[in-house]
Design a protein around this ligand. Structure first.
Ligand SMILES: Nc1ncnc2c1ncn2[C@@H]1O[C@H](COP(=O)(O)OP(=O)(O)OP(=O)(O)O)[C@@H](O)[C@H]1O
Length: 275
């Protein structure tokens, strides 16, 4: 199927997304998504699936719309008054922009980890317990303890913090704070985790730990990650989507995109000719 997308990019016309936008087992399906900030169109007719239990990397030059698109997937853009979204965005076939969809519940199902670790100024325990408490997920203190410990274990942080759960989350190292934020996201049992450059503020060792963690997390969750690091996209994702000036130029298996991209714009970007 050809999905028409006529927009001019560096003199090169993007008529349609190259590659297969359909996943065999789609957790989320986006079709013909347009996003506007006021009069300015930031996303142009983008269609893509997120394959279940896979990592999908969104790459492209600065300002191409990666974060804007990612934020559409859990309605984070709702908080921006001038932002308008058109098109179809389905989670297991359910329209996430339907008027009956509660954005707070949606964001528990589609969690998000940001570029800069942003723990609450609370204890490590309370950071992770916060979501389960507001969503009423624990019937007792024992239940809550179990959720907190499980989430910290899944985020690969438990061993490092088990003796200081009442210490402040903001006192941890940057890498530990980011894993705490991942534990906080996991604690409300999401189905999808969105990550917006989750390792860009971290040193190489903390980055490697987060990358290993992402690889483990995909066993349970569907993951979409925005990254500026092509090496990172190549290491951790199974599918890569290349954005350029609001359009989705190409999508395909990560191996294909990084070894033999079909579109000239993708090739230019991955070979470092621009971006
Ligand atoms: N809140 C906003 N209000 C108005 N315009 C915005 C807003 N957020 C983003 N934009 C614009 O939308 C376009 C896409 O921005 P976006 O941040 O999604 O790109 P990006 O590919 O994630 O960039 P980067 O890699 O630099 O983070 C840019 O032109 C940007 O200036």
């Amino acid at each position: 199927m050809t999905i028409k997308n006529k927009s001019l990019t560096d003199g090169m016309e993007i008529e349609h997304t190259v590659g297969n936008v359909f996943a065999d087992d789609a957790k989320m399906s986006m079709r013909n998504v347009d996003v506007f900030y006021g009069d300015k169109q930031a996303i142009k007719n983008v269609s893509i699936d997120l394959a279940r239990n896979q990592v999908t990397a969104l790459i492209g030059p600065s300002g191409c719309g990666k974060s804007t698109f990612l934020r559409c997937l859990n309605r984070m853009n709702d908080t921006i008054d001038i932002c308008k979204i058109k098109g179809s965005l389905l989670l297991d076939g359910e329209d996430i922009y339907h008027k009956k969809m509660d954005p707070v519940l949606l964001r528990a199902r589609v969690g998000m980890v940001f570029q800069k670790p942003n723990p609450f100024p609370k204890s490590i325990y309370d950071n992770v317990a916060y979501g389960p408490r507001i969503h009423g997920l624990a019937a007792s203190k024992d239940d809550l303890d179990e959720i907190v410990i499980n989430s910290l274990q899944k985020a690969g942080l438990y061993k490092e913090v088990k003796d200081r759960l009442s210490a402040s989350g903001t006192g941890l190292s940057g890498g530990q704070q980011q894993r705490l934020c991942i534990a906080r996201t996991i604690a409300v049992s999401p189905e999808i985790i969105l990550m917006d450059e989750p390792a860009s503020a971290l040193d190489p060792i903390a980055t490697a730990i987060i990358e290993e963690l992402i690889d483990e997390l995909k066993e349970k969750y569907t993951i979409a990650i925005v990254t500026h690091s092509m090496q990172q996209a190549a290491r951790i994702s199974q599918t890569t989507a290349y954005f350029h000036m609001g359009s989705l130029v190409e999508v395909g298996s990560t191996d294909h995109i990084f070894t033999n991209p079909s579109h000239k714009l993708t090739e230019n970007y991955i070979t470092g000719r621009f971006g």
